[in-house]
Design a protein around this ligand. Structure first.
Ligand code: NIG
Ligand code: FE
Length: 411
């Protein structure tokens, strides 16, 4: 048994059993003081007044004086599994060339696909490792990683295998998502139907049968998949028991919201150009709106309407979208800070977004995302006395200890 004691604050993100925060609730944040967390094995056994803890002998005591405790952070949207660099495209973007223009010329995602195809499984694992270590050092205890840079059977499976191997190597939980529908690979540029069949008849059945992914994602965009094409992919994914996510409303509105709602997707991600008419639809559905302010910042583009979404009653999460093209930002804390400065989210809303709501976006909100008895003993410990400092310290990562399943995995 372990005791986490003497922390200045325990920011619990407690939802009283509801396990997500929606609309106005998102600004409610339970902060407990003068309490000790008792950990038994991998679970939170109790949260008791510190003065009532009389005889801590036999317990391992972790003294968190001058520190605060948050639930382990949940990063629910990343493209961490990639090879190569797109620094050249970044330079072009600084000269004013648009992201979509680069993609249309065969750069963008397809450039990373070439780099991934050249790497072996072992090489990919080695390339990805330090990125995961960087996430762990930021307090992340659950990390979603998508495939999506293989874009053929062999290479999509290779990426998902790499993600599985990394999940076995590292103590955090890595959640795999299949994103074969990221864009059309060059060899199927003029044969969309054939690639769609490859996804629905070959990749999805194999991935589901071998438990290589929990979620199926797609990119609904003019340069990628139409809403009808996403519809076909979702039918197959659902049939094979995969849960759904959708990249949508990044640059254009082409029907992504309706198809995500039609198939009860767990989340819709991006939403930079979300139409006002679609906000009430999302607010009244059981769906997480995962916002990615790093993309708008990195591409110098408009930000998603976070305020309108929360004020209308939606469930909002936040992620880095870490990838080589549109958000080369492996800094979860900067994303939280951008959410305050650019999305006009309140600090309390942001903390709920990266814990309990992000856990909902990975369908794990009954197990992680808040500090409550019976939940996993996953914590992010911050070197500060007050939670606002996490956001106020722009550009900094104040996490000083990461605890996963009751074990200290970074300090
Ligand atoms: O989430 N929107 C599509 N996919 C990624 C970008 C991937 C890339 O440019 O490599 C995103 O922004
Ligand atoms: Fe993404």
């Amino acid at each position: 048994m372990k005791l986490l004691t003497n922390a200045e604050q325990i920011v619990s993100c407690n939802t009283n059993g509801k396990n997500f925060k929606k609309g106005k609730e998102q600004s409610e944040l339970e902060v407990i003081t003068s309490h000790t967390i008792i950990i038994e094995n991998d679970l939170i056994k109790d949260i008791v007044p510190t003065q009532s803890v009389k005889n801590p002998s036999g317990y391992e005591v972790i003294d968190l004086r001058n520190k605060i405790i948050l639930p382990g952070l949940v990063e629910c949207h990343t493209h961490t599994a990639f090879a190569g660099s797109r620094a050249d495209e970044f330079k072009m973007k600084l000269d004013g060339v648009h992201y979509e223009e680069i993609a249309a010329k065969g750069g963008g995602i397809l450039k990373t696909v070439n780099a991934v195809r050249e790497k072996t499984l072992t090489e990919l694992v080695e390339i990805i490792k330090p990125r995961i270590e960087e996430f762990i050092a930021q307090g992340i205890t659950t990390l979603e990683i998508k495939s999506g840079y293989g874009l053929d059977f062999e290479n999509e499976i290779k990426l998902l295998h790499a993600i599985k191997i990394l999940d076995e190597i590292y103590p955090i939980e890595i959640v795999p998502t299949f994103l074969g529908a990221h864009t059309y690979p060059i060899e199927f540029k003029n044969h969309h139907k054939v690639y769609l069949e490859e996804i629905t008849n070959k990749m999805i059945p194999h991935i589901a049968k071998n438990n290589l992914a929990e979620f199926c994602d797609a990119f609904c965009e003019t340069t990628a998949f139409s809403s009808d094409e996403v519809d076909m992919i979702f039918v197959s994914a659902k049939e094979h028991g995969l849960m759904l996510k959708l990249h949508t409303e990044q640059f254009n509105n082409i029907g992504g919201i309706d198809v995500a709602l039609k198939y009860n997707a767990v989340s819709v991600d991006h939403l930079e150009v979300l139409k006002d008419d679609d906000i009430p639809k999302l607010a009244s559905a059981d769906i997480v709106c995962d916002l990615l302010p790093g993309v708008s910042f990195f591409l110098n583009y408009q930000f998603a309407p976070a305020r309108k979404l929360i004020d209308s009653g939606a469930i909002v999460a936040l992620s880095t979208d870490f990838n080589p093209g549109s958000s080369h930002i492996l800094n979860f804390h900067l994303i939280m800070q951008l959410a305050a400065l650019k999305l006009r989210m309140k600090i309390e809303e942001i903390i709920n977004a990266v814990t309990i709501n992000a856990a909902k976006s990975l369908k794990r909100n009954n197990k992680i995302g808040s500090i409550e008895i019976g939940k996993k003993a996953d914590f992010s410990i911050f070197d500060t006395k007050e939670y606002s400092d996490i956001i106020y310290s722009v550009g900094r990562n104040l996490n000083c200890m990461t605890i996963k399943n009751g074990e200290v995995i970074f300090s």
